[in-house]
Design a protein around this ligand. Structure first.
Ligand code: RAM
Length: 373
């Protein structure tokens, strides 16, 4: 098993193209034909080991591993869960996939309680709130269940580690630079977020605000409002329309949520609005809105592979459950065909493992990516 992984690593390393950062990643990188090719490029950024240093392959995943997404009815969450279940099953384990009925902490607490009574090996959770899940997750930990967060982090006390899609400041920088570029360096812009408590969206919004405040380059951009569409298509549509009505001089909307950006893209494009859009979107949902001309609402946007974040969550969960890692900075493990990963310090005082840099999707590559995810 170890040899097989090393040979995959060597061959992918040979074909890997270095991702220089969010702005030009996809432009410099040929779009992958399949979902499998994406991690090869990411690996270059996050793989630490040589053949000698390669850690033991994560093995023995024959237990029961659960993922709790933010909520049902969101295609991003379904892809993340699909990747998680795929990897667990490939490792010989049983995956439990739970999509709570609403994107709230309360809905997730009910699911956590029921998983505690079932007594599985691990829980990976996309937090609907940073702090509100702590008591329930501590109870899970006390029952011997290894807890990590995935996609949307919970506080360090509630988790052993966080499986992050990309660096938080890195995503904030990509988005801020896109807003700057699309607005032509000045004018009003707004954010259309998910729920007001969503840990990942709030972290990216904070990162954008910090970047904007700390660099004079952004001094002529005015953030007029952060609106919340709750990762619901209709509410996101209504919030977009309200932004257009309330801010006649608005130039750009940034939606760091796949649900929000798809809803906003449709509103802007259907209305022939001059307001432009960027953010984090699924290529499969956004392809018809991506374009450089007046007929398209979104010049470009970013994301990572949602299936791979699920897969990385599975390998992390299995390694935690096996005792192969404890979640401390410096711990290393092999995430199957994604390669070797090292846990690092996170900005919130806890630790995290980072999938890789975000990709940029624009007219040059959207047609290829829309069939991948
Ligand atoms: C939405 C969810 C998810 C986030 C993506 C970008 O689908 O809020 O948590 O990671 O957008």
């Amino acid at each position: 098993m170890k040899k097989k992984v090393i040979s995959i690593l060597l061959s992918t390393a040979m074909t890997a193209v270095l991702l220089a950062g969010c702005g030009d990643a996809a432009q410099e990188t040929a779009a992958p034909e399949t979902a499998e090719e994406a991690p090869a490029a990411e690996e270059e950024a996050s793989t630490a080991g040589t053949e000698e240093e390669a850690p033991e392959t994560t093995e023995g995943g024959s237990g029961t591993y659960a993922i709790i997404t933010k909520a049902a009815g969101n295609p991003y969450n379904e892809k993340e869960a699909e990747g998680f279940a795929q990897a667990v099953e490939e490792m010989g384990g049983t995956a439990i996939v739970q999509h709570p009925e609403a994107a709230t902490a309360d809905a997730q607490i009910s699911v956590i309680q029921s998983l505690i009574s079932q007594g599985g090996d691990s829980i990976a959770i996309a937090g609907n709130d940073i702090n509100a899940l702590q008591a329930a997750l501590e109870e899970a930990a006390a029952a011997g269940i290894k807890v990590c967060s995935i996609d949307s982090g919970v506080n360090p006390e509630s988790r052993l580690t966080h499986v992050n899609q990309a660096g938080t400041m890195e995503i904030g920088q990509c988005l801020m630079d896109a807003v700057y570029d699309i607005a032509g360096g000045e004018g009003q812009w707004a954010i259309l977020s998910a729920t007001s408590q969503a840990a990942n969206q709030n972290a990216w919004i904070d990162a954008m605000k910090t970047i904007m405040e700390e660099d004079d380059k952004y001094a002529d951009l005015e953030l007029v409002e952060v609106a919340y569409g709750d990762d619901e298509p209709q509410k996101s549509t209504d919030q977009t329309q309200a932004l257009l009505a309330n801010y006649p001089d608005l130039k750009v909307i940034c939606a760091p949520t796949t649900v929000g950006i798809a809803a906003a893209a449709k509103v802007l494009q259907d209305q022939g609005s001059s307001v432009k859009l960027t953010g984090l979107g699924l290529p499969s949902e956004m392809a018809e809105y991506i374009g450089d001309d007046d007929a398209h609402s979104c010049p470009y946007m970013f994301l990572w592979n949602p299936i791979d974040i699920g897969r990385l969550g599975a390998y992390t969960s299995i390694a935690l459950a096996n005792g192969e890692i404890g979640g401390a900075a410096g711990d290393t493990f092999t995430a199957g065909d994604l390669g070797d990963y090292t846990i690092v310090e996170a900005g919130d005082g806890g630790t995290e493992v980072i999938l890789g840099p975000p990709y940029r999707f624009d007219p040059s590559n959207i047609e290829e990516w829309k069939t991948v995810y």
